[in-house]
Structures are given as C-alpha cells and as structure tokens.
Design a protein around this ligand. Structure first.
Ligand code: ADP
Ligand code: NA
Length: 335
C-alpha cells in the first residue's frame, strides 16, 4: 500500500486522523506499506521555504507519534527520492494536455489561485502523483506473484488514480509490460469529519475557521472549548440524522470512531441526558486520544538528528524500490 500527505500545516487535524492517518497505522499489520510526506506537491502553490521545512518535520513526527513504525513501514520525504520527479517528467510526456485539463481538482484549485497564481506544477500535479504511485508498483518479475499496489483514495482523488492507471496502461502498451496496474482501496473505518461550526462542510485546513477545526497538536483547553461550542441544533436528542442533525451526527461519528463504540449504543447511552454531558465526554475522549500523540510528537521534534536519521533511512529504502522501477523504465524509454 502507498499513501502520501502534504506538509501544508503545523498540525494535522482530526479529519486527517480519522479519515486517513489512523488507517495508515492499521494497514501496517496486513500490508507492505510506503508512506510519503509529499513536499514536492506542497510547492505547487506559493510557499515559504522555512515553513515547508518545519512542516515536513512536524508531519513526519506526527506520523511516527501516531504509530507509523519505521521498522515496518517505509516512511520517507518525497524530495529525498529524486526518482519521483524523474518519473513525473516521463509520465508528463505521455499525458495529453486536454487529458490533464479535465482534472476537476485542477479546475477547482486554479480557480482559487487565479490566473497569475496558477502554476504549471499545479497543472501537472496529478502526473507527479501518478509517478509517486507507479514507482512502487511491483515491476516485471516482482509482479509475478500477483502482487498489486493499493492506494487509499477518497472521492476527490478517484479521478487522479484513474489517470494513474491510464498512464500505467499506456506506458505498458507503448514500451512493454512495466507497471502492475494500481488499485483503489477504500480502507475500513475511515470516517468523513465535518466542520464543528459548519457541520455540513468538510473539516478542512484551508476552508475551516479555527473554531471549526481540531488540530492533533492542540492543547487540551482549546480542544475542549471547541467541542463544547460545536454547533448542534435546537433539539436535545443525541441521535444520528445527517439531514436534520448534521452537528450531532458529526460528533457521534467522531465519538464512535475514537471509542470503537457503535453509534446506536451511544444513542442509547445518552438518551435523555442532553447535549452537555455528551459533548463533555467526547471532549475528554478527544483529549485522551491526542495528548499522548502530542507529547510524543514534541519529543521526536526535540531530537532532530534522530528524526533526520529515521527519514534518511526511509528514503534510502524507498530509493531502492524506486531505482528497481526506474532501471526498467529508463531502459524501456531508450535512455
Ligand atoms: P485538507 O482538506 O484539510 O486540505 P487534505 O486534503 O490535505 O486535507 O487531506 C489529507 C488526507 O486527510 C486525505 O486522505 C483526506 O481524504 C483526509 N481528510 C481531510 N479532511 C478530512 C475530513 N474532514 N474527514 C475525513 N478525512 C479527511
Ligand atoms: Na486534498
């Protein structure tokens, strides 16, 4: 399995954790895993170098603190494996201009950036993403045992994975069998988390207000406050109802995901007790979940040499796999 995350904030948020990162940890049990902090993707929009460097370290530290095990998973930073950019170029030369132009995420993001802020890098982002993935698909010989690379994708990434599959097939057809075709994977137990203040909108680092989002590295005080002030409805019933009770439904989803208790059981537990006690217990659960992660993250960040060594080791292992792919690719292309 391969997955990546951008280092674009000083902390991951609750949505990232429940929608993706917690599954990264679980998948180590059953899969050979590659986890990548995708800093090349983070420069497709204007960025600050010092912030990028800091956020890359914080991202890696949080992943380790959450339980990504560098002995089992190959955890690395994308820019430390130059094969990503190299394969990205080659795949870009196989991608139609119109084909790339149909990517809906590009249309959304470029509309937000405006003409002046829209870079070619933003346009070719899905091609680099295809390279991220295809570098780690089993190559000829490696694929003989029917091994396949799985890529967890949310709805917004489906089109990009489709492009990746198309490019892999195109490469194979044009130059000979090289890439096993990667497969989309819907991880079990991934939950969509919404904004605490606008419970019909996704919790998002770019779109949510500070009150609407809970950061993994946040202190317990503000964490509790945000949950106590989360928008609910004028009723009193703790009941799962996406249409009429989006706020309570979101809180139930968070509670259930963090505690492992099924929603109906929670509804029963809080029948007649109102929103106050429910929110108070949820706040405690969130604080108890993230306190050890926050403390471990700070400990990891305090020993930068050790963190750098872990990442260098991950990059070395990723490069080995990437080089195995690139040796075949370069030869096929005629280099
Ligand atoms: P953001 O939306 O905050 O910019 P990203 O787009 O960088 O976050 O997403 C990183 C990962 O976290 C992706 O796998 C994405 O599906 C997941 N994710 C982001 N926000 C949420 C959310 N609100 N609920 C569930 N998963 C989420
Ligand atoms: Na995204």
């Amino acid at each position: 399995m391969l997955s990546g995350i951008q280092p674009t904030a000083d902390s991951f948020h609750l949505g990232n954790y429940l929608g993706a990162l917690r599954q990264w940890v679980a998948m180590q049990e059953t899969h050979q895993t590659f986890y990548c902090v995708v800093d090349l993707h983070a420069i497709t929009v204007r960025h600050d170098p010092a912030a990028l460097r800091r956020r890359t370290k914080i991202a890696a530290a949080q992943l380790l603190a959450m339980g990504v095990d560098p002995e089992r998973a190959t955890l690395f930073v994308q820019s430390q494996v130059p094969e990503h950019a190299e394969l990205g170029w080659i795949l870009g030369c196989l991608t139609g201009f119109g084909e790339a132009g149909r990517m809906t995420q590009f249309k959304d993001k470029s509309a937000k950036q405006g003409t002046a802020g829209t870079t070619v890098g933003l346009f070719t982002y899905p091609v680099l993403q295809a390279a991220d993935i295809l570098l780690y698909t089993p190559g000829p010989g490696e694929g003989a045992a029917g091994r396949v690379l799985r890529v967890p994708v949310g709805e917004d990434q489906r089109q990009h994975l489709e492009l990746t599959r198309t490019l892999a097939q195109r490469f194979n057809q044009r130059f000979g069998e090289t890439f096993a075709i990667p497969e989309a994977y819907i991880p079990e137990g991934a939950a969509k988390i919404t904004d605490l203040q606008e419970p019909t909108a996704k919790m998002s680092k770019s779109a949510s207000s500070p009150q609407g989002i809970i950061d993994v590295l946040e202190e317990p005080g503000p964490m509790r406050k945000k949950i106590m002030r989360a928008v609910t409805d004028t009723g009193t019933e703790v009941r799962y109802d996406e249409e009429n009770k989006a706020g309570i439904t979101n809180l139930l989803r968070i509670y259930s995901a963090l505690s492992g208790t099924a929603v109906p059981e929670l509804e029963q537990r809080y029948a007649g007790s109102g929103y106050g006690q429910f929110k108070k217990d949820l706040a405690q659960l969130v604080v108890d979940t993230f306190t050890p992660i926050r403390e471990r993250t700070h400990k990891l960040l305090a020993d930068e040499d050790r963190l750098d060594r872990i990442l260098a080791d991950g990059a070395a292992r990723a490069r080995e796999a990437a080089e195995r792919t690139m040796e075949v690719v370069r030869d096929r292309v005629g280099f």
